[in-house]
Write a protein that binds this ligand. Structure first.
Ligand code: SF4
Length: 365
């Protein structure tokens, strides 16, 4: 079990591999190919910068998941953002996010995943992303706001990559997301393809939809529409009484070989979240591989673990990363090495919450 820091080398190598794979999917699109070859080089430079900070005692994760709003134009069933039943949080200003992006670039963060709620209810974030081409911004969106104006702006910002949430074909998607959503989503996909934009999809894998979402008919329909990245997110039972939606152990155990099989068959990249974390010694949350920043700036171990003791509204990203709570989580990592898929932080949420209250020094004021 890789519980030391070697997992960092392995995780960096896997990030390189994903970008190397993305380059291969763009061989027929010279401008995208050039962009991703540059991006792959930038990823290596960012990893060296992180190593520089590691030597200074500051652990910098390659990935940040930034939920820039709780607001959304949909009310999907089993929505993670709403499953925590909390009031919409006050939102950091665009200027404050710009400072966070700048600090992240300076620390060697590679990827900032923009999420929500629906990030495009705050399209002004594109005024900030424009200034940080060295960062990759996958934007997890329901796609309904991706009209001509936005896609034209995205064409100028290749480092901002739309990742559209979809549940399958029309019936499955409309059942979870609402009537008519699939038709609008397909129009957005066609628009992105017409513009020659690099984009992907995000798919929440449940016990029931596993075979349809990983099946040839569905995967081919998206690859033929220009989709180049498939992000499979394993369902986490945040909502009460939904444990029966979680993947079976056979399904979880088969995800990695399935991804390789799909990659060998289609011109696209297949990623699983959290996927098999065994090689990394278990859960990559709490800064090991990624952290989550909430709309109000709270720095959390993961979107599924809404606990924090630092906030980038009040302090620099570097200081927030030196969170005592996150350090305790990493120290107690042996509790999070059960890598049967799904979310270990959520499975151990009582222990996680207890760490927050077992403080040795007063919380940052
Ligand atoms: S689009 Fe996303 S954030 Fe909005 S309701 Fe649906 S699942 Fe929740």
């Amino acid at each position: 079990m890789n519980t030391g820091t070697d997992y960092i080398t392995l995780f960096n190598a896997d990030i390189d591999m994903v970008f190397g794979d993305i380059v291969k999917t763009c061989f027929r699109q010279p401008s995208l190919l050039k962009f991703f070859v540059q991006t792959a080089a930038r990823q290596k430079k960012a990893a060296r910068l992180r190593q520089h900070w590691e030597e200074k005692g500051v652990h910098v994760p390659p990935l940040i998941i930034a939920s820039i709003t709780d607001r959304c134009n949909l009310k999907c069933s089993h929505c993670y953002a709403r499953a925590h039943n909390r009031e919409p949080r006050p939102e950091l200003t665009g200027d404050r996010w710009a400072e966070v992006f700048s600090q992240a670039a300076g620390l060697g963060v590679s990827i900032i995943m923009l999420a929500g709620g629906e990030p495009f209810v705050r399209p002004e974030f594109l005024d900030n992303t424009r200034n940080y081409p060295e960062l990759i911004f996958p934007v997890f969106t329901n796609g309904l706001l991706l009209k001509d104006g936005l896609t034209a702006e995205l064409k100028k910002q290749r480092h901002v990559i739309p990742i559209l949430s979809i549940e399958g074909f029309e019936q499955a998607t409309d059942e979870r997301r609402g009537g008519g959503v699939y038709r609008v989503l397909r129009q957005a996909i066609d628009r992105l393809e017409d513009q020659g934009l690099f984009f992907g999809v995000s798919l929440t894998l449940t016990r029931a939809n596993f075979s349809s979402l990983t099946g040839d008919e569905f995967v081919r329909s998206l690859v033929d529409s220009g989709c180049r990245v498939f992000i499979y997110v394993e369902y986490t039972p945040i909502e009460d009484n939904t444990a029966d939606m979680v993947l079976t152990s056979e399904q979880k155990a088969g995800i990695d070989s399935l991804r390789r099989r799909l990659r060998s068959r289609y011109n696209a990249v297949f990623v699983a979240f959290p996927g098999d974390e065994t090689p990394y010694g278990g859960c990559l949350a709490a800064g090991r591989g990624f952290i989550h920043i909430g709309p109000d700036g709270s720095l959390e171990p993961c979107p599924f673990a809404p606990f924090s003791d630092t906030n980038v509204a009040k302090m620099s990203l570097r200081d927030a990363l030196e969170s005592e709570f996150l350090a305790k989580l990493r120290e107690g990592h042996d509790k999070l090495t059960e890598t049967e898929g799904g979310c270990e932080l959520w499975a151990n949420r009582e222990w996680v919450a207890s760490l927050l209250h077992r403080k040795t020094k007063p919380p940052a004021s």
